[in-house]
Design a protein around this ligand. Structure first.
Ligand SMILES: Nc1nc2c(ncn2[C@@H]2O[C@H](COP(=O)(O)OP(=O)(O)O)[C@@H](O)[C@H]2O)c(=O)[nH]1
Ligand SMILES: [Mg+2]
Length: 442
């Protein structure tokens, strides 16, 4: 893959997150790692063995006692010599340790994603692997975690590698045909088969690219908007589902005037639920803006919960063509539940109907749950490159009157687009952007 890059500086960072904490992990990577470990922990422990050590500062004073682990390159996370100090997670302890490391020769505080970037540059993982790792760290729900693990394996590189191989073979056929062109007795059927296979490949790439929407929902969350007339119980339902007072509830119409969003974990899926201004005519200015925003957000949502006060149902105009679940509210006030008027009847006060409503949403999420086991493109840049590849193949196939050489060149560009996704080809200019979204210490 990519040759080992020798970094001159040794980077360090607190990798374990917010302080204070029970344990804090300070991590090092680079050529001075051994000498720094010697200075701080007295000597270098056997490779990949945790050793209880006394950590000292430059003046020989004890900073703390903790575990030290040394990971010799190239079989480390970054491919370089790495080490970890496991300290007590006090602010003063960590500060003293970071100060000590920064006073050692050749060290520099790591920028966001710097360890992973070195791992990538040293061929320890490909770009989609690095991006999936960032997703794993950002994962809040079970579905996000699973998706990041599945998509963090080597699967993208194998999938795109296979497609690149097919393109290479197709080019080889075309080039062979070019060589024989003068002899005029090459059977046409060979290249016909190549074009058929390319058409099939193009379809496959397009279908794979279309999976991005599913990946997006798993990563960003399913978007559900609560709509209904004022006082239909929208804010109360949001609070009941969030199990806390997120939205203000009053019996005054027009209390909620802006969008209010909470992230919920429903059956392991991230769901972004949005409470909105009640829809009515003749609203005051601010409220009218709120209503406009509500309708706009609803038109982009994956699901609308359309609420009606079951004791006094008001009808409002909904955006069309959307998935809508009709929900009757305030069920606790009804002496006899009406049959069949709503998909669900709920009460934010007694809690009745809420588990069933959550079930409905979970069922809706099922196809997405299944998507968490799929290998999908999961960044905008993946889809752009896939589309580029598909378009180049399409151009090569369609332009029958074009020189074979030019058509072969289209195929080369398609293969390059696929190669860029995993970072096997020319990605220098996008690395900064990709790794800056990582956290420090990763
Ligand atoms: N009894 C009862 N009252 C409710 C229920 N949900 C909401 N309310 C009341 O209905 C009024 C309007 O509720 P709110 O959630 O602010 O409605 P929104 O305008 O649609 O957000 C408030 O007085 C709530 O206390 C419910 O399930 N049962
Ligand atoms: Mg409200």
């Amino acid at each position: 893959m990519i040759n080992q890059i020798l970094h001159r500086e040794t980077i360090y960072a607190l990798s374990s997150g917010g302080l204070p904490s029970g344990v804090a992990v300070v991590r090092l990577s680079g050529p001075h790692t051994r000498s720094i470990v010697e200075q701080i922990a007295g000597s270098v422990p056997p490779a990949r063995h945790a050793r209880l050590s006394r950590f000292r500062n430059g003046g020989g004073e004890t900073i703390d006692r903790g575990l030290c682990i040394f990971f010799p390159g190239p079989t480390s996370f970054t491919g370089e010599d790495c080490a970890e100090f496991h300290l007590h997670g006090g602010r003063g302890v960590v500060r003293a340790m970071l100060e000590m490391i920064s006073s050692c020769k050749g060290t520099r505080a790591a920028e966001a994603g710097a360890f992973t970037q070195r791992a990538f540059l040293n061929g320890k993982m490909d770009l989609t692997g690095a991006e999936a790792l960032a997703d794993l760290i950002d994962a809040e729900t079970e579905a996000q975690r699973r998706f990041a693990i599945v998509n963090g394996s080597d699967a993208h590189r194998r999938l795109y590698g296979g497609w690149r191989q097919s393109l290479l073979q197709a080019r080889a056929f075309l080039e062979a045909e070019l060589d024989f062109a003068d002899e005029a007795d090459v059977p046409g059927s060979v290249s016909d088969r190549v074009w058929d296979e390319l058409k099939a490949l193009q379809k496959m790439i397009e279908a794979h690219a279309a999976g991005y929407r599913r990946a997006e929902i798993v990563r960003e969350g399913l978007s559900i908007v609560i709509l209904g007339a004022p006082n239909s119980g929208k804010s109360s339902l949001l609070n009941a589902l969030a199990k806390r007072e997120v939205a203000i509830v009053t019996d005054e119409a027009g209390t909620t005037r802006d969008l209010l969003e909470v992230s919920l974990d429903i059956g392991g899926m991230k769901v972004n639920m949005v409470d909105t201004a009640g829809i009515r005519e003749h609203a005051a200015k601010v409220e009218a803006i709120g209503i406009e925003r509500a309708l706009k957000r609803a038109s982009e949502a994956d699901l609308i919960l359309y609420l009606q006060d079951a004791t006094d149902p008001q009808t409002v105009q909904l955006p069309e063509r959307l998935r809508i679940l009709q929900v009757g509210t305030k069920a606790d006030l009804l002496p006899m539940p009406p049959v069949g008027k709503w998909d669900r009847l709920v009460s934010a006060v007694s809690g009745e109907g809420l588990p069933q409503l959550l079930d409905d949403i979970e069922k809706l999420c099922q196809p997405l749950q299944d998507a968490t086991g799929e290998i999908l493109p999961f960044r905008g840049r993946h889809v752009e490159e896939l589309q580029k590849a598909a378009e180049q193949i399409k151009a090569a196939v369609a332009n029958e009157e074009l020189d074979l050489e030019l058509r072969a060149e289209d195929l080369r560009q398609a293969a390059d687009a696929l190669g860029r996704i995993c970072g096997e080809i020319g990605t220098e200019d996008i690395l900064g952007e990709i790794f800056s979204s990582f956290c420090i210490g990763k």
